[in-house]
Write a protein that binds this ligand. Structure first.
Ligand code: CP
Ligand code: NVA
Length: 301
């Protein structure tokens, strides 16, 4: 059976934990100057119609380290950008490569592609969620706190794709998340309902952050929302994660941000670059976590 990774819900908790275990092993290997050649002769196609630094570099480098190849296609270069249907593109590309990662806006387009793909498809970010980021985030939480379950998380900012991904992670990894968003920027209601045992909503950042182990935020202006910049800047006033707000979290709390970060907006420079920030390890862990994910999906196939 082909396994896809469209959401963290596509893998069981045990499977997710085994991917994280393998990611830890792969990280150790890289640090020791050795890389397992588990992807020799395999090709990963990357279909990205949005900008990327971390996701692209981690997938391309990871595949190269494992002895495989990558193929990067943007809509400007592929016929899909000139109107070739998603279904036809999926059938053709998946007849030639071994695994595909897609970054696009509409989540429905990713689902349509997946339905016609003969090989595993990885969600490399949609407007709805960003599950690869959460693999790296949970790997980082475990490195820093020694566990992924039984923790308290505060998500402060926009109820966007990152917020959704953290909510789903709370279900899969069994932790509690308090979400502070301004009115009108809530996460999707259906998802909130599905995660109601683990996720709670407030309009007060201070209420969300009190005594938590992990503080998370993300940009207030996601890709594609550039026209809403002025309105969003106003709406998110008071939601900046600064040192004063951080003082209300547990003294050992870590700060996470998927990056790119906008210093002075969703987070201040002293928090992002400060002692509680784990964002650089978090970014590096994209490499190790996605290598483990690729191995898992290819081996399942
Ligand atoms: N966090 C993340 O996905 O970064 P990129 O947009 O640079 O890939
Ligand atoms: N919410 C951001 C995440 C970037 C990795 C966006 O969708 O642009």
């Amino acid at each position: 059976m082909i396994r896809h990774f469209i959401s963290l819900l596509d893998l069981s908790t045990d499977e997710l934990l085994s991917v994280l275990d393998r990611a830890d092993e792969l990280k150790k290997e890289v640090k020791a100057g050795h890389t397992s050649q588990t992807m020799q002769g395999k090709t990963l196609a990357l279909l990205f119609d949005k900008s990327s630094t971390r996701t692209r570099v981690s997938f391309e480098t990871g595949m190269n380290q494992m002895g495989g190849n990558t193929l990067f296609l943007s809509p400007a270069e592929a016929q899909i950008g000139r109107g070739e249907p998603i279904e036809d593109t999926a059938r053709v590309i998946s007849s030639m490569v071994d695994i595909i990662a897609i970054r696009t806006g509409p989540h429905g387009n990713l689902i349509r592609f997946t339905e016609y793909s003969r090989v595993p498809v990885i969600n490399a970010l949609t407007d709805f969620n960003h599950p690869c980021q959460l693999l790296a985030d949970m790997m980082t939480v475990r490195e820093k706190l020694g566990r992924v379950n039984d923790i308290e998380v505060a998500y402060i900012g926009d109820g966007n794709n990152m917020c959704h991904s953290w909510m789903i992670a709370a279900r899969q990894f069994d932790f509690n998340i308090k979400i502070a968003v301004p009115e009108g920027f809530e996460p999707e209601a259906d998802l909130l309902q599905a995660c109601k045992d683990k996720a709670t909503l407030t309009n007060q950042p201070l209420e969300a952050i009190r005594d938590v182990d992990v503080v998370v935020t993300d940009t207030w202006i996601s890709m594609g929302q550039e026209d809403e910049k002025q309105q969003r800047m106003q709406a998110f006033e008071g939601y900046t994660v600064d040192t004063k707000l951080m003082e209300n979290a547990s003294p050992d709390a870590i700060f996470l941000h998927c990056l790119p970060a906008y210093r002075g907006y969703e987070v201040t420079e002293d928090v992002l670059d400060g002692p509680q920030s784990a964002v650089w390890d978090e970014a590096e862990n994209r490499l190790h976590a996605q290598k483990a994910l690729i191995e898992f999906l290819i081996n399942e196939k």
